[in-house]
Design a protein around this ligand. Structure first.
Ligand code: HOZ
Length: 431
């Protein structure tokens, strides 16, 4: 068979870039096959370098809630490119995006922009440690907060995808300062804090887990964390890098009525350009240099292109806030149809969904934490992925990721997805 351009590029890339990719999950390591190299995208579709078209449920891992190439975002970027792409000095764009973000997050008094969610989380932890004068961090199994040293323990996303057990390269004394407890297990968290709460600087959580596949918070879980953190003088950090502006105009915190002390953002607020942000109570945020002694800086922080794309994206979302309900209904309808197709073949599948983010798991039980997610049949997931890919549907190439819908997805996209699955039995072709 003739080599495809994607295959040739991947062979070349492996000689030049570790694993041939710049972020591990993209290598298709957990689902097999050759990663597809992308040439472009428009609306809900992406096109590979061999000319194949796919309905895109990756959406760059979440930022593209308006789909690929939205005219408002493209227009803002084109205009900003003509003015200048970076100055290393403040611009009005930063003030405008800060105002948009703060208006949508009442729990935040101040916000600072960085270049990735990882950076945002790293600095939020530093602030929490400086503010509390404590060192220990509590995180939840299967939650992923970027690749900072303190947060790789029992993490989701690529760490779960490749079964990386610990965090080689992270000094043991630092790793020992991170304690993990099961997601949705308030009792375990309470017990730990009862014993060692006075050492804990921060509890960090994805309010809707998106990096072990989608796992919604149990009723009362987030409220319980708020109470525990208040009781023990601990900084509660919501990592809303995925959920920020994904489920409503603002954060998931607004939907559940829980105010964290610090919030981390990324993805949608940059409209598809590299961005991160962290914000929260003034008394904590003002510890940052130059107001205070906690250091954080970045040559491209508040980059004009990311700010312009973010402002354009949030402005469209703000003007069309009821669209979130439309998106929710579209995701409900897609997931219901997928479940119905599997019901026809008698394949047990559980689809966890919160708004426009969802993940199918091949299991008959509930998926309530990382243990449940890890017990689902990941080989069946890999066959699902392959089936969809062959029929022009791009799902995330790992069980431990979220699938996303955008405002650009249509009924035609849903139909293509359902047709691709009709008659498919992930167990049928096992020998
Ligand atoms: N860890 C990212 C998603 N949760 C993957 C990013 C990427 O591969 O681009």
């Amino acid at each position: 068979m003739t080599e495809t351009l994607s295959e040739r590029l991947f062979s070349e890339a492996k000689n030049l870039i570790p694993g041939g990719v710049n972020s591990p999950v993209r290598a298709f390591g957990a689902v097999g096959g050759n990663p597809v190299f992308i040439a472009g995208g428009r609306g809900s579709r992406i096109y590979d370098v061999d000319g194949r078209e796919y309905v895109d449920y990756i959406l760059s891992w979440g930022p593209l809630i308006l789909g690929h190439g939205h005219p408002a975002v493209q227009g803002a970027l084109t205009e900003q490119v003509s003015r200048g792409v970076t100055f290393g000095a403040p611009t009005a764009l930063e003030v405008d995006l800060a105002r948009l973000v703060l208006d949508a997050f009442p729990a935040m008094d101040k916000v600072r922009f960085v270049n990735s969610g990882t950076e945002a989380v790293m600095t939020a932890l530093r602030l929490a440690r400086a503010y509390t004068k404590r060192d220990v961090i509590v995180k939840f199994e299967g939650c992923y907060h970027g690749h900072g040293d303190s947060l790789l323990a029992k993490a989701g996303s690529g760490i779960a995808t490749y079964g990386i057990p610990g965090s080689p390269g992270v000094p043991a004394p630092l790793a020992a300062l991170t304690i993990t407890v099961p997601y949705n297990d308030l009792g375990a968290c309470e017990a730990f804090l009862k014993a060692r709460g006075e050492e804990v600087a921060a509890v960090i959580v994805e309010p809707v887990a998106g990096n072990m596949g989608v796992v919604p918070p149990a009723k009362g879980f987030l409220q319980g964390l708020r109470e525990l953190c208040t009781r023990h003088g601990i900084v509660l950090i919501f990592d809303e890098v995925i959920t920020g502006f994904r489920l409503t105009y603002g954060g998931y915190q607004g939907l559940v009525g829980v105010e964290p002390d610090l919030t981390c953002l990324g993805k949608i607020i940059g409209g598809g350009l590299p961005v991160g942000a962290f914000g929260g109570k003034e008394k904590i945020m003002d510890l940052l240099a130059p107001t205070g002694p906690v250091y954080q800086a970045g040559t491209l922080s508040g980059n004009p292109l990311a700010m312009a794309a973010g402002i354009a994206t949030l402005s469209v979302l703000k003007d069309n806030a009821p669209f979130y309900e439309v998106l929710d209904r579209a995701a409900f309808s897609l997931c219901t149809d997928i479940e119905a197709v599997f019901a026809e073949t008698g394949v047990p599948v559980v689809i966890n969904r919160v708004g426009s983010m969802f993940t199918p798991f091949f299991t008959s039980g509930r998926v309530n934490d990382y243990g449940d997610a890890a017990r689902s049949d990941t080989a069946a997931f890999a066959r699902l992925f392959k089936r969809l890919l062959e029929r022009g549907v791009m799902a995330p190439p790992s069980q431990f990721e979220a699938w996303f819908l955008s405002f650009a997805h249509t009924a035609e996209d849903r139909d293509r997805t359902i047709e691709a699955l009709r008659g498919f039995d992930p167990y049928g072709d096992r020998s």
